[in-house]
Design a protein around this ligand. Structure first.
Ligand code: GRE
Ligand code: ZN
Length: 327
């Protein structure tokens, strides 16, 4: 399919490169490094070769979320967003930007999002999971009362918020001890991100801010497959979840969430997501440079779905979610 739009597509600054080194063996680090630093060259050639008209770009992980001081995190976010705005300005026909945000401080995050959307023309935010707060290992997820004003601003600016994975900190990763192969994209990323999304749901965030739109990658970080069970476990007891939210988890998942195909190029899994959330809420992505554009595109272009759904997932849903203009 020509004209695809992809939205989980990363780059790095020199100062955030090191965060990605652990995800490639030393033999492949030079390649990953050069992929991350490139925007205007090889990336565009790959897009041309595989029918990707546009990439919505975001910083690598965890980057800003891994900076344990709010003002330093805010400075890094600002540098990253300014750099990305310059890159997008060179090829506005091929690129758009997602804002990196210092979620360590909700006020600073709201201010940077406002700046990124209103001054830099960004289409939303992409945040890499929880944020580190201090050197003692304190962290914050975004379902806390502290983040209420931030979410009000996201709703007011009316832009999607992409919740992207990161690994748990070592003190929270004991279940993976001795089995480090499970960290990262194999399993840890999805587990971490799915729980964060469920925390947002259970906190009642979407009752207070019903117009929020959260994007999850990797075909929903496993949540579509578990959606029924989350709401219907122990049905004979008939107890609703003792959480602050008013409705079932599935109600919010179907109304406030969108999923991308990033890094999960499996038709069986896509069909499950289609059956659970429908073709209007799934969007094509590759996860370049951690996955190959050709692997994503070759799979998607020939996946056994209808051409109608392929068009929506490959292009039209992104155009409407991010208001990219009419064809
Ligand atoms: C991702 O962005 O999804 C990612 C990383 C690091 C390793 C693998 C991966 O950030 O898919
Ligand atoms: Zn990614």
């Amino acid at each position: 399919m020509q004209g695809k739009i992809a939205l989980e597509e990363h780059f790095a600054l020199e100062e955030t490169l090191e965060d990605s080194r652990r995800y490639a063996p030393p033999s492949h680090w030079p390649e990953l490094r050069s992929r991350l630093l490139d925007i205007q060259d090889r990336r565009l050639r790959l897009m041309d070769a595989h029918g990707v008209e546009m990439m919505l770009l975001s910083l690598n992980s965890p980057a800003v979320q891994g900076v344990p001081h709010a003002t330093k995190a805010a400075e890094l976010a600002r540098r990253a967003n300014d750099f990305l705005a310059e890159q997008v300005a060179k090829r506005p026909d091929r690129f758009r930007g997602f804002a990196a945000l210092p979620m360590q401080d909700a006020e600073l995050a709201a201010a940077e999002l406002r700046r990124a959307v209103t001054e830099l023309g960004f289409v939303g935010a992409l945040v890499n999971g929880f944020s580190e707060l201090d050197d003692a290992g304190a962290t914050t997820y975004y379902d806390t009362a502290d983040h209420e004003a931030f979410w009000s601003e996201v709703e007011r600016l009316d832009v999607p918020f992409y919740l992207h994975p990161r690994n748990p900190l070592p003190q929270d990763a004991r279940i993976y001890a001795g089995h480090e192969w499970l960290l990262g994209p194999s399993w840890g990323f999805g587990q971490e991100t799915a729980v964060h999304a469920l925390r947002l749901i259970g906190s009642g965030l979407f009752d207070r801010h019903p117009r929020l739109r959260i994007v999850l990658g990797h075909l929903g970080e496993g949540l579509p497959y578990s959606l029924w069970r989350i709401d219907n476990r122990n049905a004979w007891i008939g107890a609703r979840h003792p959480y602050a939210a008013r409705r079932r988890v599935a109600d919010y998942f179907l109304e406030n969430f969108h999923l991308t195909t990033s890094g999960n190029f499996r038709t069986q899994t896509l069909v499950d997501a289609l059956l659970e959330v429908g073709a209007d809420r799934i969007l094509f992505s590759t996860d370049w440079p951690f996955e190959n554009v050709d692997h994503a595109a070759d799979w998607f272009d020939s996946a056994a779905i209808s051409e109608h759904d392929r068009r929506k997932i490959g292009r039209d849903n992104a155009r409407s979610l991010f208001r990219l203009g009419d064809d």
